[in-house]
Design a protein. Structure first.
Length: 358
């Protein structure tokens, strides 16, 4: 069978990461990329290596014969673009978070069902060897019943926040904020690892760096969170704490996961080191599958994602060929379940109270 023909909407992450990743995979061919705001054409061409760049995403859908569309635009545009792609009868991979709210995710699921096509969410981090090993250990029962999970993420990005604009990522009304950008990954991972969903949350969404002024005196006012702290519980009765800080000067670990069960303890550091304790034994390092090495021809920004993204594309390709969804791929139902949590977190932060995740 020939390569699956993909069109990508978005000249940021779509052109810089999705396009090179797909072009370096034997099962896909990126036939076109479209900008959203009619800009960045030459930059997108240079970043992606794809010559066929549109300035109108609808025109791309109309004119190109595609098997798959990747929606990698600002979050507030996802619903419209996903619906238009399904109208053309193609499969869709949508960037996370899936949408602005659960009303939109419900509409997107309805459009997928009408089209009878695949609707997937790009949670490529699921395929990192450390994270798949966490899944295996939890499903094996080695930890017993899960009592508590502590999940933390810190970025040493203080300088970037005060010196560079965030664009739509700093605007709440456009779906910006670290809750959506990273909290969606963390929420999806916890629910996936535990085969359970959130029951309730209590949260706050700080904006530690609310403004940024450039050398010309232009000031960007930010309305979307650049940090979050969440306390919650899942339907399996496990309690959880999730925390992210993006305005750190320095940080020892970017990612840290701790899972405490009745029979053992698990610790994951920076998605590349896993420690396990069974019973009262000391934590011992767990062997992981070797990391995949990115081709030398791949742009550096894309190469950083290769270890998980390549494996995710393998799973996607197998799914498209066989018609059977790979069990580790996140679908629209997973995106919808995550959206329920994000919506509840925002309500909790706004109203200052515990919120049930309906």
């Amino acid at each position: 069978m020939g390569k699956f023909r993909a069109g990508i909407i978005g000249t940021g992450f779509g052109a810089k990461v999705h396009a090179p990743m797909m072009e370096h995979h034997e099962g896909f061919e990126v036939v076109a990329i479209s900008s959203v705001s009619r800009g960045n054409v030459e930059e997108a061409r240079k970043a992606s290596g794809i010559e066929n760049i549109y300035t109108d995403w609808r025109q791309m859908l109309e004119q190109e014969k595609l098997d798959l569309v990747v929606v990698a635009s600002a979050v507030h545009l996802h619903k419209e673009m996903v619906a238009a792609a399904f109208e053309k009868g193609v499969h869709v991979v949508c960037e996370k978070p899936m949408a602005l709210d659960v009303a939109e995710t419900e509409e997107m699921i309805s459009e997928r069902d009408k089209a009878g096509r695949l609707g997937l969410i790009n949670h490529e981090f699921r395929f990192l060897p450390a994270r798949t090993k966490v899944k295996e250990i939890m499903e094996s029962g080695k930890l017993g019943e899960i009592m508590h999970a502590r999940y933390q993420c810190s970025f040493a990005n203080y300088t970037g926040l005060i010196s560079k604009p965030r664009g739509w990522l700093g605007q709440e009304e456009k779906g910006g904020g670290m809750l959506g950008a990273i909290g969606s990954h963390m929420t999806d991972a916890l629910q996936w690892w535990m085969n359970s969903t959130f029951k309730e949350v209590f949260a706050q969404l700080p904006i530690h760096i609310p403004t940024q002024t450039d050398d010309h005196g232009n000031t960007e006012h930010r309305t979307a969170d650049d940090a979050f702290q969440i306390i919650g519980s899942l339907e399996n009765e496990a309690t959880v704490t999730l925390e992210l800080l993006s305005a750190a000067r320095q940080t020892e670990h970017t990612w840290r996961l701790e899972v405490y069960g009745t029979e053992g303890t698990l610790v994951m550091l920076d998605d590349n080191k896993l420690l396990l304790s069974e019973g009262n034994s000391a934590l011992q390092e767990v062997e992981l599958a070797p990391a995949l090495e990115a081709p030398s021809t791949m742009p550096q920004i894309a190469a950083r994602y290769y270890n998980g993204f390549q494996r995710a594309l393998d799973a996607l390709h197998k799914t498209l060929v066989s018609g059977e969804k790979h069990p580790y791929l996140a679908d629209f139902e997973h995106g919808h379940a995550t959206q329920k949590v994000l919506d509840a977190v925002r309500t909790s932060a706004r109203e200052g109270r515990k919120i049930e995740v309906n």
